[in-house]
Design a protein around this ligand. Structure first.
Ligand code: GLC
Length: 745
């Protein structure tokens, strides 16, 4: 059904017809909303378009000023709250709205459940490296169950922003640099949150954010300007948003940045023409935090009233915290600057989502569950451990992993025993007391007597420093051990919003620690905690192995123990390139050939699109990930050497586990459109399959690529595939060399 909707939406672009038909459920919700709107005063209507916050007893209402939340609720001047972490508080406010306001319209509660609610899963960029769509969907499902039981009806997730820039700390919340994989992951998360029935007690509303292209903030600076061609936007940034709309997400969040010169929250082309008319979105749009009011600071609104007018006319339904809708909405209508018809449309879409959540039928439906039967279920904790192990990426291994039984380990560094840091940013309702750290899990796996531990240095908000005697203690325990497991990287504080960094190297105190340990002559395994790609040339050169542990959540510790012990075989593959240097940024696999590609991507050179001081290629490419076994790709067959437009390209490949241990790999298929109407990426991911193979086992993987998946935005903005020749590769990363060719006729 969903694919039919998206095909109709695409056709509607071509033939200009209306958005696809509404479902029966949507029609019923809209009908209910229309009836209710007839009873509402204009002020009550604007109340439904306001979202407030109550935090630490301080309440923020219109324009970020303190206001009397309870009177606003009783007067129906607020329709939603965000970030209410306590179920009783949510139910108290809900009761007040339903029983003490004139029309008893229920509130909708939203929160940032980004990678887990109570059980915290790996940060989203980490989880994308599992390439396991079922696991990603399941993580969202579990997060929805724990959220719904806490009277959280709505999450501000999935974050669908593609980004090529590790200076931008919010890459930790996304799915990396590829639109095809990003689209699959976005749809999986929407399905996980919303399930098949939004009114069920264990499903919640999803929110596609940040619309749009927030990940392209110039210079990697959060909130910065975004400016790009519509071609680039449609080819590289739009697909995940579109996929999440097609998956049925019922809300969208407008982004902080401007786009085509207009801040997203006041951008009618973005929020109405594209999102609604072209993509067929029919839910409601909430602004990001105070983003309506910030249009004054952007310089496109003279005051809050102007900002409200701009946002309302852009069809932005709900103002998060700004308060300008409730402050000026009635005046704007009375002055004829906004029609009440438009207001009714905006309110209708909000009420319809509340209706579909079942909040009118039973406003207290979310929050009745016995929390002990929902939170931290053992099977969910075990799953969190599995998905954390699948998310970790073995970047380098020169014969040191897995560790042998009985080995004596020196476990050193800032994140080895860091229950809060391993949760990353956007920790939802996560409880660090439930975290199992690397140290705890390694002591359990290898025996407490075989794990010597010292923290040695700090890495936090602004505290990168060696602890008193830290290096000496680290060297001492290293000398008493067989091997060093050195935790390095960035803390969880460095992930997520407003943590942009101009430098993406690991802070110097940790590098001094690495040098001191290198001098002991002991083998070193770096356990790399980070929420973004880093320039780790130094660490890769000096370490014998590097395991990218990310910020992998509540069960990060057992996952590390499973991998370093060999109980599990690493299977993660990078979804975002690791640059050699921040000077390469943006560096991504799906780049263009240019008219002067370098002779080698791996050598500094001149007279080509390259550098004279370093190579073009990243340190580790998109798709990279090692294993304790070896996978061989062979017998690539293009089963359909020529395909009609509208047909399906079929390619098969044989994958063999040549090693001595079982393992999972991710077979990836890339194409290159050799002669196109516009310049096209030298490689584009168009298929992948995660597969498990026993030692010596082979499997033939067959890929089917509808030619519609080879469509791209042409210079006239039409979305279609070309006839002509394509190269195709299949392998374990974006350097895949096994090659074939097909032609679309
Ligand atoms: C923040 C973030 C957004 C989040 C919202 C509510 O500023 O940009 O991702 O959902 O505010 O916390």
């Amino acid at each position: 059904m969903k694919r039919l909707i998206s095909i109709l939406a695409i056709l509607s672009v071509l033939v200009g017809s209306a958005a696809p038909q509404m479902t029966q459920e949507e029609k019923e919700a809209m009908k209910f909303a229309d009836k209710l709107i007839k009873k509402m005063t204009l002020r009550e209507k604007f109340g439904q378009l306001e979202q407030f916050i109550t935090r630490r007893g301080v309440v923020t209402g219109p324009g970020g000023v303190k206001c009397d939340i309870e009177s606003a609720v009783r007067k129906g001047e607020v329709g939603s709250f965000l970030s209410i972490r306590d179920r009783n508080e949510a139910l108290r406010l809900q009761k007040m709205a339903v029983e003490e306001s004139r029309l008893g319209i229920p509130l909708i509660f939203g929160y940032d459940i980004i990678h887990g609610c109570k059980i915290i899963f790996p940060e989203n960029l980490a989880m994308s490296c599992s390439w396991n769509l079922d696991a990603i969907e399941r993580s969202a499902r579990i997060a929805a169950e724990e959220s719904a039981a806490t009277a959280i009806h709505w999450t501000f997730s999935p974050m669908c922003d593609i980004s090529f820039d590790p200076r931008w700390s919010r890459v930790s919340e996304g799915a990396g640099e590829d639109p095809y994989l990003g689209a699959k992951i976005a749809a999986a998360m929407v399905r996980g949150y919303q399930g098949d029935d939004l009114s069920a007690q264990n499903t919640i509303a999803a929110c596609i954010k940040h619309f749009a292209a927030y990940g392209a903030a110039q210079a990697g600076k959060d909130y910065n300007t975004v400016d790009m061609s519509e071609l680039m936007f449609r080819n590289l940034y739009l697909p995940p948003y579109r996929a999440a709309v097609d998956a049925g997400a019922v809300t969208v969040m407008s982004s902080f940045n401007d786009f085509k010169g207009v801040p997203a929250s006041g951008n009618k082309w973005l929020l109405y023409d594209l999102l609604r008319e072209e993509l067929g979105f029919r839910g409601f749009v909430v602004s990001d935090w105070n983003a309506v009011h910030e249009m004054i600071i952007h310089g496109v609104a003279a005051d809050g009233k102007d900002a409200a007018e701009l946002a309302l006319k852009a069809h932005l339904n709900m103002d998060m915290l700004g308060g300008d809708y409730i402050a000026y909405g009635e005046q704007l209508v009375k002055e004829g600057r906004i029609s009440e018809k438009l207001v009714d449309e905006l309110v209708r879409e909000v009420l319809a989502v509340k209706y579909r959540l079942g909040l009118f039928e039973d406003p207290y439906r979310y929050g009745k569950q016995d929390l002990s039967k929902v939170y931290y279920l053992p099977e969910n904790m075990e799953f969190a451990r599995e998905v954390a192990a699948e998310s970790m990426v073995l970047l380098k291994n020169e014969g040191v992993l897995p560790l042998q039984k009985g080995v004596k380990i020196a476990l050193i560094g800032p994140f080895a025993d860091a229950p809060k840091d391993q949760l990353g940013a956007w920790r939802g309702l996560g409880d660090e007391k439930r975290s199992i750290t690397f140290r705890t899990a390694l002591e359990e796996r290898f025996g407490k007597e075989n794990v010597l531990y010292t923290k040695a240095c700090e890495c936090g908000k602004y505290a990168d420093k060696i602890l008193e005697g830290g290096i000496e203690e680290a060297v001492k325990i290293a000398e008493q051990s067989d091997i060093v497991l050195l935790s390095m990287g960035l803390s969880g504080w460095h992930s997520g919003e407003s943590r942009s960094r101009a430098e993406i190297t690991i802070p110097a105190p940790q590098q001094a620690l690495l040098d001191a340990l290198k001098n002991t002559g002991k083998k070193i395994v770096v356990l790399l905690s980070t929420g973004r790609p880093l320039d780790i040339r130094n660490e890769v050169e000096k370490a014998d192995a590097v395991l990218l542990t990310w910020h992998s959540g509540t069960m990060a510790g057992p996952a590390v123990a499973d991998l370093v012990s060999g109980d599990k075989n690493p299977s993660g593959h990078l979804t975002m390139s690791f640059p050699c240097s921040v000077g390469q940024v943006p560096v991504h696999y799906n780049s263009k050939n240019t008219g002067r590609p370098p002779k080698s991507q791996f050598k500094a050179q001149g007279y080509s699109s390259s550098y004279v001081d370093i190579q073009n290629a990243p340190l580790f490419p998109f798709g990279h990930g090692l294993s304790y076994t070896e996978f061989e790709y062979s017998d690539l067959k293009v089963l359909t050497p020529t395909v009609e437009l509208g047909g399906v390209v079929k390619v098969s490949v044989k994958v063999t586990n040549k090693g001595k241990v079982a393992g999972d790999d991710v077979a990836q298929l890339y194409v290159h459109d050799l002669v196109a109407e516009t310049t096209r990426p030298v490689r584009e991911l168009k298929g992948f399959e995660r597969l498990s193979l026993k030692a010596g086992e082979s499997k033939v993987v067959e890929f089917e690529i509808p030619t519609s998946e080879l469509a791209y935005c042409h210079s006239d903005l039409s979305w279609k595939a070309d006839k002509g020749d394509f190269h195709v590769w299949v392998g374990a990363d974006s350097y895949a060399s096994l090659k074939g060719k097909f032609t679309i006729k």
